[in-house]
Write a protein that binds this ligand. Sequence first.
Ligand code: SF4
Length: 272
Amino acid sequence: MAGEKHVTQHALRQRPVPMRDGQVVGYVHSTESFGAVDGPGIRFVVFVQGCNMRCQFCHNPDTWKKNVGTQMTSDEILKMALPYRQFWGKKGGITLSGGEILVQIEFAIELFTKCKKLGINTCLDTCGQPFTRREPFFSKFKQLMEVTDILLVDIKHINSDEHRKLTGYRNENILDMCQYLSDIGKPVWIRHVLIPQRTDYDNYLAQLGDYIKTLKNVKKVEVLPYHTLGVPKYHEMGIKYALEGIEPPTPDRVKNAERLLHVADYRGYLED
Ligand code: SF4
C-alpha cells in the first residue's frame, strides 16, 4: 500500500481550488473575441494568469504572476464567448491560452467540459511545463484531454540544458507530454520561436525536426520569428530584458528553420 500512501501525501499537498457559486474560479488576464492565430478558424481566446517559466523572449511578462487578474467562472466565460459563436464556423471555437493554462487545470477541465456539452471546438495553447505523469496531475490531465480537441504546443528548445537557460526549466517532462499526446493520438500543432543566438542554430533545429518526425499526431508545425514588441512591458515592469540587442531573425533564417523543421510536410490542419 506504499503507493497509495504516496498518492495520499501528494494529494494533501494540493493547492486549494478557488470556487464561487459551485464553480471553479479562473484567474484571467484578458480575452480576445476574434483570435485568428490561436488554433483552427476564428476563436474566442481566453488568456489566463500564471506561468512558472520565465522565457527570456516572453512578450507577456504581465501574465507570469499567479492568483491575480480578473476572477471568472466558466459560465461567465461562456456568457462572454457565445455571442461570437456565429463567426466560429465548423473549425473555430474557444482557445485557452496564457500565461500557462495547465497551472489552472481544474478551471480548464470545467470550461472545456461545458464547451463539449454545447458542441464547441476546444483548443489548449500550452508550453507543457506543469506536465507530469505523477498524481494528482496526471488524472486531471487525462480528464482534460477527454474534452480537448486540439493543442498548440510550444517547444521552446530541443536541448534540455539550453531549454533551462532560456526558460528556467528543463524540457524532459514537456517532451514526455508530447509523447503522451502522440500515444493517445491527440492532434497538435507544434510551434517554435526562432531566436538568433538562442534557438537559431542548424544543429538544434535539425534535432527538433527529427524529434517532431517521431510523433504521430502533428497536424502543423510553425516557426514563429522572435520579435521585440514585448520589450516595453519589461521596462515598465522594471524587469531586466535578457535579449537586449538581439534583433528578429532574417527571412532567410526563418526559411531555413522551416526547412529543417519540415514545415511543408505537415498539412493535416488543412483537412480538419
Ligand atoms: S511559457 Fe509562455 S507565458 Fe510562460 S514565460 Fe514562456 S512565453 Fe511567457
